[in-house]
Design a binder for this molecule. Structure first.
Ligand SMILES: NC(=O)c1ccc[n+]([C@@H]2O[C@H](COP(=O)([O-])OP(=O)(O)OC[C@H]3O[C@@H](n4cnc5c(N)ncnc54)[C@H](O)[C@@H]3O)[C@@H](O)[C@H]2O)c1
Length: 456
């Protein structure tokens, strides 16, 4: 089939490459000229496992083309996947201007019947607004063609996006029969692999995506809330998590205490759902609490550092391992690292930063800031004597960093582990001077020495 994808960001790019892999002819249009130029040369603008190879492979088949010419994309296809951004407006609601700009353009330029499919995460009822916009544009241009509107929310996760698309645990589609029929034929190769397709109303499909993200965000905030209690009562969140997660009704996923969720989806989708609920006069306390707990949790590292140094932070040198909002991506959007860095900068701390893949994005973001140094490796952060080290992203190379070496490098400097990368026994054995982690007792070299020598 001939398909067009609008937006070549994390979702659009992955979708375009994967749809080409399924055998379709795909034109992917984006307004960002530099991005398109890179993509057409086979250069992947984002860090995403499997994507560079898939991009090369599909460009070579000539089934995949990137362009700035939206008209070319519109004329190419009768299935139009919209994957542009839906960032937050100042009040938290979703900014749909990119989506509507594409819709209006398609309605103005299309010459044949087709289906407009929203892959972007959009509030319930957006499909209806799109339908109305299409109707207005078609009548304004005196066109007698039909453009259907369907919803096909995307559930991929950054870091495993290609695999998530090609081996999705479900495909959700919403709309009228004709549109759903077209979507089923597009996904036929995946349906044949046994991936379930859930057909529903367009509004239910739109709400499914927000419901899934909000639920996961709630889970993260819930365990972080319990971790706050654990810290106060000297309990251990690892044990509590195990105590909870072996109950099959709860399960272990998204129950890892840490410095909060970030990225381009959970924060903005929770905010958008709050606004959506309020627009209907429905109370949003549960979602507001989720958001508020997360906002507080992103300050965990700064608060602990502040307490440890009794507020005397000016002039300290602090290392930060991990900048991306999670491992496996170079995405810094809403990353907890940014909150920690900003607070430490304001406290006049000199920072030495490292992330295995988000370094380039960080250099761009922090350009011209003299008190921030982006280092080339985790070890290089510690080449200059630091007063403390903070871990914000649980990259495997940090988790596997030998603790004896860390002890050697840190000396008496404390380690603030915002992702609980190390076991407490391991830390005690390595005799780190001070080890702070989320929802677990603080480990101190002195305390470890006292207990091992039998002193009280
Ligand atoms: N990132 C994720 O993990 C993820 C997962 C599932 C769903 N989503 C949703 O998918 C949507 C896209 O997210 P993303 O992370 O890919 O965004 P993104 O910001 O990475 O990409 C959006 C792209 O759209 C392009 N664009 C903007 N206006 C355009 C126009 N008029 N015509 C063509 N291109 C245009 C931008 O240049 C950009 O490249 C959002 O609604 C998001 O919530 C994202």
């Amino acid at each position: 089939m001939r398909i067009s994808v609008y937006g070549a960001g994390y979702v659009g790019l992955v979708s375009a490459c994967c749809l080409a892999k399924l055998g379709h002819h795909v034109v992917c249009a984006d307004i960002d000229e530099q991005k398109v130029e890179k993509l057409q040369k086979g250069e992947c603008p984002i860090y995403e496992e499997q994507l560079p190879d898939l991009l090369q492979e599909q460009l070579e088949t000539n089934r995949l083309l990137f362009t700035n010419d939206l008209n070319l994309a519109i004329q190419n296809a009768n299935a139009h996947f919209i994957a542009t951004g839906t960032p937050s407006l100042p009040d938290g609601s979703a900014d749909l201007s990119q989506v509507f700009a594409v819709v209006a353009r398609i309605a103005r330029e299309a010459n044949t019947e087709g289906v407009l499919i929203t892959k972007s995460t959009v509030p319930v009822g957006t499909g209806d607004q799109i339908q109305a916009l299409v109707r207005d544009e078609l009548s304004r241009c005196n066109k007698n063609i039909t453009l259907h509107v369907a919803s096909n929310p995307e559930f991929l996760r950054e870091g495993t996006a290609v695999n998530d698309f090609l081996n999705a645990n479900r495909i959700v589609i919403g709309g009228e029969d004709q549109a759903l029929h077209l979507l089923r034929s597009i996904y036929q190769p995946l349906i044949e692999k046994g991936i379930p397709v859930l057909s529903m109303s367009r509004r239910s499909a739109e709400l499914s995506k927000y419901a899934a993200n909000a639920f996961l965000a709630c889970k993260v905030s819930f365990i972080n809330y319990i971790s706050q209690l654990a810290e106060e009562f000297d309990a251990n969140i690892d044990d509590i998590r195990e105590g909870m997660s072996l109950d099959f009704r709860i399960g272990p996923h998204f129950l890892q205490a840490g410095v909060g969720y970030g990225g381009s989806c959970f924060p903005k989708d929770v905010l958008a759902l709050i606004q959506l609920a309020k627009s209907q006069g429905i109370d949003a306390k549960m979602l507001e609490a989720t958001e508020e707990i997360n906002r507080g949790q992103k300050n965990w590292a700064f608060k602990r550092v502040f307490q440890h140094f009794e507020g005397r932070l000016a002039g300290l040198i602090i290392g930060v391992w991990g900048l991306a909002f999670k491992p496996g991506t170079d995405d810094l959007r809403e990353a907890s690292s940014l909150v920690t860095i900003k607070a430490l900068e304001e406290a006049q701390v000199e920072l030495r930063l490292f992330d295995p893949v988000a370094g380039r994005a960080a250099r761009q973001l922090f350009q011209g800031k003299e008190t921030l140094t982006c280092c080339e490796s985790a070890e290089a952060v510690l080449d200059k004597k630091v007063d403390a080290l903070i871990i914000i992203t649980e990259w495997p190379e940090f988790k596997n960093f030998p603790l004896e070496r860390l002890k050697e490098k840190l000396g008496t400097a404390p380690l603030f582990d915002g992702r609980n990368c190390f076991g407490l026994t391991q830390v005690a054995q390595a005799q780190l001077a001070h080890y702070y982690s989320v929802g677990r007792p603080v480990v101190r070299e002195f305390a470890a020495f006292r207990s091992s020598s039998g002193c009280q």
